[in-house]
Design a binder for this molecule. Structure first.
Ligand code: KIV
Ligand code: ZN
Length: 517
């Protein structure tokens, strides 16, 4: 592949595993993070922010494991402006072939006063100390001014200049609360370029949140004004309304290269795969009308549109579905399909499973094909996502028997394993779902409250799989669990167990939000 020239080359910094994971409920296990990181690495993402090493043992382990494995992308860990944070980030990143320490401190008057309780002079000193300390471990140091877009410009410019003098090679300007609008943000970037005397020694990066739905627009205007790194997350997940969506940024640059004449190294044909993987792992469904990766993004319903599409796809499509890895396939799956066809189909859908995972998924596919006349692509996606999400669960579903209907007390007899040990319970409730959830509480006592229970049919027809999402909340922690089955009650039990498993794993962690600088 030809390296694009440096001045039109956009560095793609993915923070799905760090800022993305900070979305309420989006916890990921170490294995899941490794899987996402390996895919991002294969897609040629330049920098992967693998976590916030000091936040928890789990974060440290994830950054460290990813640092050991990746050979293409730079692996990055976040650190506050303190020696302890930076030392911990450096320790986690130690095995990485290419590593970056990303250190940050807030620079807006509000954050400095209320959150940090520091004067601007003290913050300025911390900038120099933290960047100099990080440089002892690596010559790739990123410095971020948290709440940069609401900072007082002259103070911000001074901090940037000092960060670069202390050795920062990337200067990241976050719109932390998603407050900016495109021209204003572009103007800030232009002023930084025109005012900070040593700015040519660093790459300007932007990190936009989506509170007003402007994260992608702000990032693109910033690129036009001279930023050369964009920070983003798959499906736009992240704190509150999320971060700039990776797929939207990349496809906007690619599709409107006439007005955005920049290049990235991203292999766009794996965008759908990345979107599905992140959705499966986090339990965050992608809305149907989501740009690029939503189920309807390439669907044409009205007669006029369909007629146009049949004559020439460009009438209503500005991107080719295959460019993001969406294939229109003729391979129809049913109960006679063999393992080879199954693997080929999954590849078309963007899944590359290892032998064990493939075998497990194949067994489930055969069971599904026995129950359902036609197995649609959506069924396979739900089945494989479910398989992927369930792999690391400490609590696993074994069996469920239900009595319900008119004139009987709904009763659930449920068996699960908890860390491999089998447990069984029987419970009654005011309906079958209630009975199942009460049985789960008996088997795994917990105080979490159920804040969402949602069922959605994966396809049409009465034999459709039900995809159930369960959201649990406990002590400020939120987790989502998902499961798909033709039996809605089994799917409900498995979705609850998936959420509870995440909660158990999360209890060992400290929420990164609690650690803000
Ligand atoms: O939004 C933000 O300001 C951040 C920084 C830590 C870069 O996530
Ligand atoms: Zn952020």
């Amino acid at each position: 592949m030809t390296e694009p020239s440096t001045n039109d080359r956009i560095i793609v910094f993915d923070t799905t595993l760090r800022d993305g994971e900070q979305s309420p409920g989006a916890s990921m296990s170490v294995t899941e993070k490794i899987r996402i990181a390996e895919l991002l690495d294969a897609m040629n993402v330049d920098v992967i922010e693998a976590g916030f090493a000091i936040a928890s043992e789990g974060d440290f382990e994830a950054v460290n494991a990813i640092a050991k494995r990746l050979r293409n992308s730079v692996v990055c860990s976040l650190a506050r402006a303190s020696r302890k944070d930076i030392d911990r980030a450096a320790e986690a990143l130690q095995p990485a072939e290419r590593k970056r320490i990303h250190t940050f401190i807030a620079t807006s008057p509000l954050h400095m006063r209320v959150k940090l309780g520091l004067t601007p002079e003290q913050v300025h000193e911390r900038v120099i100390e933290s960047v100099s300390h990080a440089r002892k471990y690596t010559d790739d140091v990123e410095w971020s001014c948290e709440d940069g877009s609401r900072s007082e410009p002259d103070f911000l410019f001074r901090c940037i200049e000092s960060a670069i003098d202390a050795g920062a090679t990337t200067i990241n300007i976050p719109d932390t609360v998603g407050y900016s609008y495109p021209d204003e943000f572009a103007d800030l970037i232009a002023r930084i370029r025109n005012t900070v005397p040593n700015i040519d020694k660093a790459v300007i990066s932007v990190h936009c949140h989506n509170d007003l739905g402007l994260a992608v627009a702000n990032s693109l205007r910033a690129v036009q004004a001279g930023a050369r790194q964009v920070e983003c997350t798959i499906n736009g997940i992240g704190e509150r309304a999320g971060n700039a969506a990776f797929e939207e940024l990349i496809m906007a640059i690619r599709t409107r290269n006439d007005v955005l004449p920049y290049q990235s190294r991203i292999d766009t044909t794996r965008i759908m795969q990345a979107s599905r993987l992140v959705s499966a792992v986090t339990g965050f469904a992608v809305q149907n009308n989501k740009a690029i990766v939503g189920a309807n993004a390439f669907a044409h319903e009205s007669g006029i549109h369909q007629d146009g599409m049949l004559k020439d796809a460009q009438t209503y499509e500005i991107m080719r579905p295959e460019d993001i890895g969406l294939v229109r396939s003729n391979l129809v799956m049913g109960k006679h399909s063999g393992r080879h066809a199954f693997r080929t189909k999954l590849r078309e859908l963007g899944y590359e499973l290892g032998d064990n995972a493939l075998n497990d998924a194949f067994v489930r596919f055969k069971a599904l094909a026995d129950k359902k006349k036609e197995v649609f692509d959506e069924d396979l996606v739900a089945l494989v996502d479910d398989e992927i999400a369930g792999e690391d669960q400490p609590i696993k579903f074994v069996s469920l028997h239900l009595e319900c209907g008119s004139g009987v007390t709904p009763t659930a007899r449920l068996k699960v394993t908890v860390n491999g040990e089998e447990r069984a319970a029987e419970a009654t409730g005011c309906g079958p779902v209630d009975a199942i959830f009460i049985a789960i509480r008996q088997l795994v006592p917990h105080e979490a409250t159920l804040s969402l229970f949602q069922i959605h049919a994966v396809t049409e027809g009465t034999d459709a799989q039900a995809e159930v999402t369960v959201r649990l909340e406990e002590n400020g922690r939120t987790v989502n669990g998902q499961a798909a089955e033709t039996d809605t009650m089994v799917a409900s039990a498995r979705a609850y167990l998936a959420a509870l498993s995440k909660l158990l794993l999360k209890r060992q962690k400290t929420a990164p939000a609690a650690l803000s600088a």
